[in-house]
Each structure stands twice: as structure tokens, then as C-alpha cells.
Design a binder for this molecule. Structure first.
Ligand code: FE2
Length: 274
């Protein structure tokens, strides 16, 4: 699927931009399905989180239990005068298993071929997210490495980031640090009981300069090495910047039991085509 040059670029830079990978018809279907999922879950979210006395604790539980479910997460902070639909930050984290539209898109041989080309021996689809990045509301995502959140030994996570709409400087496209995947993992986000915390592995923080913007057209797939530092800015435009992401690990690597994301044993990981 990939050329030798593309594989070498991924190895050298830690990311790879592949235009025209998600067909317009698929994108249309996913955009509409995501909107319907939000509509159907809005009530659940407000009931489960806002109606309880201890909002912080219930919000944390809602998040920690989402690894094998489809749940809706809102933007942080108050966005006054904005209705619930437009405050939605993302859906996650098992849409690839539980939703027919996202499952069909996620389980395609073409992604398996790409994963094989970049050296994934036995890919397992661990996590999916649908990110809304709402016009004028969608907040920034700070500099991070995905392996902080989805740690395996050895580190194996790769992000498959699909642009549902054009991603631009104005609406909060990804920024990546070329070659930054070679600097090692800085921290881990771990679960203890029903709490989470960051465990620092390396005191030297991730660089704050040297990043390049990845402005891409709708349908583009961006592969992100799990150690690659990346971020996105807030959406300052009046255009949405929706994206669908899959985080894939190598099933030969050990997935640690203190990762925040835990799935029910009744829902074992599946590969792209199994
Ligand atoms: Fe990320």
C-alpha cells in the first residue's frame, strides 16, 4: 500500500500524511452518524454527570468506564449561550466496535495493509474517538505523546487520524514535531482505583518549538507514531474541524493493567480485518 519512500518518511519524521483515504461517501455517513449519536446520548450525559451531587467524581467515573462504550464528552469550561449539541468535544472510546457505521469504516483491509507496511505485526484496534472541534468553541489540545495515554511494553501505539473536514491553521489543524518520536516517553497517564494521575518518566519537558502545521484536506489520513509530540490549537474559525481517530496497538506487546483505558474481557481487541 505504501511506497518505500513513505515508509522511510514515517520512520524518519514520526508521521505520514496520506490524502484521499476516506471517501466522501464514508465521511458523509460518519459525520451524520456522529451527529445522531450525540443527539441520542445528550440526555444520558446530562443525567449521569450533571444531575449528581459530586460532579467531578461522576465525571471521572464516566470517563474511566468509557473504554468499551460509546460516550459523549463536553468541552471544558462554560461556553455561555451555547446549546449542548455545540458544546460536545468528542465521542469515545469504542465506536469502532459498537457502532455499525464506525465499525465498518474502521475494519478495512486497506488500513491493515498500511499497518503492515509500517511494521505492525498484529494490530489491535484499542480506541476510537470522534472529535468535533466545534467552530469558535473547540478548545486546544496540549502537546502530548499518545503513548502517555495508551502504553504498551514495548511501546507500539500508532494513531490513525482521519480528517472528516478540511483541517486548517484557523480551525485547529494538527501540529507535529518532525523526528520528535525519537526522544523517548516523557510521562504515563495511569489509573489507580477510580483515580488517574501522571507519572513522570523524564523530567525534561517536551519541546515547545519546532512543530509544523499539518493542514490537510478532508479525507486525509495522518499516521502518528505513538511517541511523536503533537498538539492542536483551538478552533478560531466558524468552520467545524471534525476528525475520527483510531489508536492501534501491537497485540504482541503487553498492554499494561494500569492504563486508564480498560476493556471488558468479553470485548477482546480485534484487528482491522478480523
Ligand atoms: Fe494525540
Amino acid at each position: 500500500m505504501l511506497t518505500k519512500k513513505q515508509v522511510l518518511d514515517f520512520e524518519e519524521f514520526g508521521f505520514l500524511v496520506l490524502p484521499d483515504m476516506a471517501k466522501p461517501s464514508s465521511r458523509k455517513e460518519m459525520i451524520s452518524q456522529a451527529s445522531e449519536l450525540v443527539q441520542s446520548m445528550k440526555a444520558e450525559w446530562f443525567e449521569s454527570v450533571f444531575s449528581t451531587q459530586n460532579q467531578e467524581e461522576s465525571s471521572n467515573t464516566y470517563f474511566l468506564e468509557s473504554g468499551d462504550k460509546i460516550r459523549v464528552f463536553m468541552e471544558e469550561g462554560e461556553a455561555e449561550g451555547v446549546d449542548g449539541q455545540h458544546r460536545v468535544n468528542k465521542l469515545g472510546h469504542a465506536m469502532h466496535d459498537l457502532d455499525p457505521v464506525f465499525s465498518a469504516f474502521s475494519h478495512q483491509k486497506v488500513w491493515a495493509d498500511i499497518a503492515a507496511d509500517i511494521g505492525m505485526a498484529s494490530p489491535g484496534l484499542l480506541q476510537s474517538m470522534y472529535i468535533f472541534k466545534q467552530p469558535r468553541i473547540g478548545g486546544e489540545v496540549n502537546i502530548h505523546q499518545d503513548a502517555t495515554f495508551l502504553y504498551t511494553d514495548p511501546i507500539s501505539v500508532v494513531g490513525f487520524w482521519f480528517a472528516m473536514q478540511d483541517a486548517t491553521l484557523d480551525n485547529g489543524c494538527l501540529w507535529a514535531l518532525p523526528g520528535g518520536h525519537r526522544m523517548g516517553l516523557k510521562s504515563r497517564f495511569i489509573r489507580e482505583e477510580m483515580q488517574t494521575r501522571f507519572e513522570v518518566l523524564d523530567d525534561k519537558p517536551l519541546p515547545e518549538t519546532g512543530y509544523v502545521p499539518l493542514e490537510v484536506e478532508a479525507g486525509t489520513l495522518i499516521l502518528l507514531h505513538g511517541l511523536l509530540p503533537h498538539y492542536s490549537e483551538a478552533n478560531r474559525s466558524d468552520q467545524p474541524r471534525q476528525a475520527y481517530t483510531l489508536h492501534v496497538i501491537d497485540q504482541a506487546a503487553r498492554y499494561l493493567p494500569d492504563n486508564w483505558l480498560q476493556r471488558d474481557k468479553a470485548m477482546p481487541l480485534r484487528g482491522f480485518v478480523s
